[in-house]
Structure formats: C-alpha cells, structure tokens
Design a protein around this ligand. Structure first.
Ligand code: GZL
Length: 307
C-alpha cells in the first residue's frame, strides 16, 4: 500500500512549487499505464510541478530526458530505469549539478550508491520465488516431468532478470520441473502472443507457462486458445502484476495464479521527493507492499481494484 499523501497544503510550506523531472520507461503494458497515472495524479494532488517524458522503451531517450531535466534545473529527478546497466555517466552529471535522483520501480546495477537518494520498488526476486513456490505446491502430487515455458520481460530489465532468477531458484530442488523454453516477450501482449505461438509449434507437451507480466500472459492465452487448448487447464499459467485484465482472466480460471506488483508508487514518490528537496534523509530502499492472488481471491477483490 502507498503512504498517504499528507501534503494537502501543496508543498513544503511556502516557497515556489517543487519541480520533479520524471523519465518514464514507455507505455508497454497495463502496469506501466497505471504507474504513469499514479505518478501524474499524485503530483497534482501534492502541488508538485511534474515534467514528464516517455522514452518509448529506449535507454538513450531516458538519458536525454535526464540531461534535459538537469538543464532545466528541476529540484528532483526521478525515473524508472528501463534496463539495469549504463546509468553511471548521466547520474554523475546529475550529482555534479547537485540535483538529487530517486529511482522508482526498477533498480540499476551501479555500485556507486551515492548516485541516487532512494529506490522505491518491488522485490522482483521474491516475486519470482512466490511464483515458483506456488507451482511446487500445486504440482506436489505430480510425478513429472512438468514442462515449463517462460515468457521473459525486457532483456536487461531488473524485473526480467530477477523474476527469472527467483522462479528458477524456487523450482531447482526438484528435477521434475523442466524449463523447456524461455524467451523475451518484451512485457507486451503482442510479443507474448507471437512467442507463445512459436512455443506451441515446437513443444506439443507444455504443462505450464510462467510469464513475467500479465500482458504477455494475456497474449499467450490468445495463442493457446487459437491452438485449441484450454488456458488454466491444459496449460497452467502464472503471471506477475495483477492489473485488472490479468485479474479478470484469473477470476475466469484462464490464469491460475498471479503475483502482485504494485504500480501505485506515486504518493510515496512525492513524499520522498519533498523530503529529499528539503534536505531531509530518506531510506535508501523503500519496498512496495504486495501480495498474491488465486482465482477465488481475484473474484473477491476485482470490484475494488484501482488498476
Ligand atoms: C515491474 C515493472 C514491469 C511490469 C511490467 O515493476 O517494471 O514493467 O511488471 C512493466 O508490466 O512493463
């Protein structure tokens, strides 16, 4: 859950508006859309001036946007790094310009922790672990083999790397689990569907699909149904995010288990930015709270889901 936004007075008491430059990944998935909405709405509610850029999934565009925020002398720079590597140079430029940086959603692999004040986002390894642990439990009476295909997120992105690692770690103890194919679906429905079509053509014996986000899982469901198979039964499906469309498919039994990854980072980001801009100290790592859902639980919570 996100911290409540206590900045009703529209700022840190007097002085001109806080300006945040936010470099977003793109608009690749339902999760991303909800994340953008949370940040934009929270900025408005907090009386923050938000300069927002959409990088269309390209790191060079995010770097350009950060440089432009430096030139505009924003008070705080925040961004969701599309991939983990290649940020040190531009973040050193922000540091030299004495503009504090906050990472949201995805982490970077830089060893220089002075390059950012805080990273607010999920524990993606844990998300992958939760997905794998559910499968181990679900298949406990199956002799195996349990043939798994995996749709990975964007190559190099922290959620893709970590969800893959966490899942593999959770199933490694039992050799009956076999990941027979694993490929990126770029976190999008379109690519998820296309890659699942190729998986189905080359593997007649798929038992499970593990997709790193709902959107790729939803695309894969279209391919599974087009191949005359029943998603959730012939092929069990586990995804991550818990956006509305994913939760709807879960409530219908087309997906069997969803690990939640909350996109609602806006209110906490605004609080962190204000504290940082006022020279206060913030936690280096802020974890988002999230849970998991079965079909029955999805039916219960769907009416009140915000995204
Ligand atoms: C996770 C986020 C991922 C989502 C995808 O925090 O970075 O990117 O899981 C989104 O849906 O595209």
């Amino acid at each position: 859950a996100c911290g409540d936004d206590d900045s009703g007075d529209g700022g840190g008491g007097g002085g001109d508006k806080l300006t945040i430059g936010f470099a977003q990944v793109g608009a690749e998935s339902g999760w991303r859309t909800a994340n953008t909405k949370s940040i934009q709405e929270s900025a408005k509610a907090a009386g923050v001036e938000l300069k927002f850029s959409d990088a269309q999934g390209k790191q060079e565009n995010q770097i350009k946007a950060i440089r432009s925020f430096i030139t505009q002398r924003v008070d705080v720079i925040a961004f969701s790094p599309v991939v983990e590597s290649g940020w040190d140079t531009v973040l050193k430029e922000a540091k030299d310009a004495e503009i504090p940086v906050i990472l949201t959603d995805r982490a970077i692999d830089s060893t220089d922790e002075s390059l950012y004040e805080s990273f607010i986002g999920s524990d993606f390894v844990l998300e992958g672990k939760k997905a794998g642990e559910w499968l181990v439990e679900d298949e406990k009476d199956e002799p195996g083999p349990v043939n798994i295909v995996e749709l990975q997120g964007t190559p190099g992105a922290a959620p893709a790397n970590d969800r893959k690692a966490g899942f593999a770690d959770a199933i490694k103890a039992d050799p009956k689990f076999k990941i027979i194919a694993s490929q990126t679906g770029q976190f999008t429905r379109t690519d998820g569907k296309q890659v699942m079509e190729t998986f189905l053509k080359s593997h007649p014996d798929i038992d499970v699909l593990y997709a790193h986000n709902d959107d790729m899982g939803l695309g894969a469901i279209e391919a599974i149904e087009a191949a005359g198979k029943t998603p959730g039964k012939d092929i069990k499906i586990i995804t991550v995010d818990a956006v509305k469309d994913g939760m709807t498919a879960l409530s219908e039994g087309k997906i069997n288990f969803i690990v939640e990854c909350s996109p609602l980072l806006g209110p906490q980001l605004m609080d962190l930015a204000k504290t940082v801009a006022d020279g206060g100290t913030v936690d280096k790592r802020v974890l988002t709270e999230e849970t998991t859902f079965t079909p029955e639980q999805a039916k219960e919570v769907l009416p009140e889901r915000k995204y």
